[in-house]
Ligand binder design. Sequence first.
Ligand code: FEO
Length: 409
Amino acid sequence: MPEVRVEKLLDSPELYLIRVDDDRIQYFEATWDIPEGITYNAYLMKLDGATVLFDLTKKEYTELFMDALKKLVDPAEITHVIIHHTEPDHTGALPAFLEANGYRATLIGTTFSKRFLEGFYGEKVTEKFHAIKDGEELEIGGKTFRFITVPWLHWPDTMITYVVEDRLIFSCDAGGGYSIPEEIDDGNEEAVQKYLPYVTKYIVTVIGHYHKYIVQNIKKLKGLGIVEEARMILPGHGLIWRKNPARIFEHYEAVGAGKTKEGKVLVVYDSMYGFVERRMEIVLDELRKLGMKPVVYRFTDKEAPAVSDILGEVPDSQALVIGASTFEAEIHPRIRYTLFEILDKANYEKPVLVVGAFGWGGVAGRKIETLISRSKFDHVDTIESRGMPLPEDEERLREAVRKLVNWIS
Ligand code: FEO
């Protein structure tokens, strides 16, 4: 059952985490398999003469959230609500909150946010709305709140808040990840190691389409000097970063840039009756002989991995091998969908080898080759043939793998 977790993070300024642990969700954005769940993090800061709420939660958890909030403060006393971006996993509870608040609070967000909120929840919610300019500072409760826009990280309306005197970055989705960690922060290295792959998966599935903006925006924040000096980074999902705050942005930057792990080759294929599988045994054997470390995902009549997990493997891979059957004069449907998402969400400049098998006529390999050629990926070769591979097919496959490995050497 989803639960809400409330933790005091600081005495001065008085700062709380209100974390809704969503273990009911199966498909984030109705698309990405996340059996590991997700948290929605909101924060409450009590200051002299002001009480600030940073983001809210998803609509279906409004009651849970409001009950937790009411234990910390009378909602009518909240003077400001900061909307870092308007995606409903953080704003769904806004209308109910404003009812309880008596519409006293001033909402703070970007001009885009105002427009989106009105579209989602009606014009009444933005009756008191302050639209910030990039870099604008407001004095709230004796503190300096600086608002910095980070567009396309991952919505056009996204911004972060920097509380200058306390060096706190409220970072919205940036710095977030999937799963429901037992811990609330990065204090335990084992927990961090377990969590980081879920961060990568989150980055690619949620922000991946705009991954170049991750690098740009983090560069912008670094340029402002706030990443190095931050005392805490407080994201909208997952762990809080206070032992080593800069680490999470470094991870984001590395994933955004597609920084590779030595030897990692992502191999994804379908095999209906073993023909592609036999080719892949040859490919994997040659890859290993050449010292590579393939990571394999396969669609067969017994297994179908989550595409969201495959996407999470792309950024640090040095190369990809895509294997597909021709299926009714098309790419096998599982690979067609997987490839579409790779090209859309994880569109990095990495070499790809295409391997195909067919019964009646070869189409899949050619179609994949065309799709890859139109993307940022580099097409290395396509090896496609009928039925079981013949000795000459095996030699062509091994030669193509050597070409792929040479490409990244
Ligand atoms: Fe966590 Fe983009 O909402």
